[in-house]
Design a protein. Structure first.
Ligand code: SF4
Length: 224
């Protein structure tokens, strides 16, 4: 049975609108402002979490193909969907004999649903279109937990994913920076110094600082 059962309508992506990077889905799900800082303003800063993530991904991203007796693994595979306007890469796709491709997303930290689940679902949507298959499951591997979570690519997750894709596309089209959330998600965020959430979340304080920033300097000879 098609994974798109029921009265789901699937319009094709309008090609004049921006494609959505698959990586933006997890960023937006975590914090829409983080997504805009990265994908609209091209801001990137390292912290301990991004360095750990980069090191953990080095082997995964090597692009090497691994053959075990019962499974072929493809790493760092390019993915795209014309239908949904998506592009990106997969960490890992497993090819088991007689079964659809099985995407696996690696996370250095603990699994924090639904962020990575949505990203995994977008990968599955791309693979379905690229290979003309139906994918019902994939996995999130948490390096911190040394655990693989089996994720159902069901209708609810698909709808949730496409809803976020639509919001990201609108953010990319409008090039807007949303307000800061300024909650428990901020301290571990690598962009906290670029974002300044405690300032950005208080518009009156921000307006005061902006006023001081552009106040003209006193001419040097005024007191002479
Ligand atoms: S510091 Fe907070 S508000 Fe700013 S981008 Fe990160 S999570 Fe979002």
């Amino acid at each position: 049975m098609s994974p798109w059962s029921g009265n789901v309508t699937l319009p094709w992506h309008e090609p004049t609108l921006p494609d959505v990077p698959i990586s933006a889905i997890e960023h937006f799900s975590y914090c829409p402002r983080q997504c805009a800082l990265i994908h609209v303003e091209q801001t990137f800063e390292e912290n301990v979490y991004t360095v750990r993530g980069r090191l953990a991904h080095q082997r995964v991203d090597s692009g090497e193909t691994e053959n075990r007796p019962d499974v072929q693994t493809l790493r760092n595979l390019s993915l795209w969907s014309e239908r949904f306007g998506l592009r990106g890469r997969s960490d890992l796709v497993e090819l088991h004999p007689g079964r659809p491709p099985f995407p696996v997303e690696y996370k250095v930290g603990r699994r924090r649903p639904p962020h990575a689940d949505l990203q995994l679902c977008a990968q599955a949507l791309c693979l379905e279109e690229m290979l003309d298959v139906e994918i019902s499951e994939g996995a999130i591997y948490s390096h911190a937990e040394r655990r693989r979570y089996l994720i159902a690519i069901d209708q609810e997750l698909r709808q949730q994913t496409l809803g976020i894709v639509k919001e990201i596309r609108e953010q990319l089209r409008r090039q807007v920076l949303p307000p800061a959330i300024d909650d428990e998600r901020c301290p571990p965020c690598s962009l906290i110094h670029a974002c300044l959430p405690q300032v950005a979340a208080q518009p009156h304080r921000l307006r005061g600082m902006q006023g001081a920033l552009f106040r003209p300097l006193t001419p040097l000879n005024q007191d002479a």
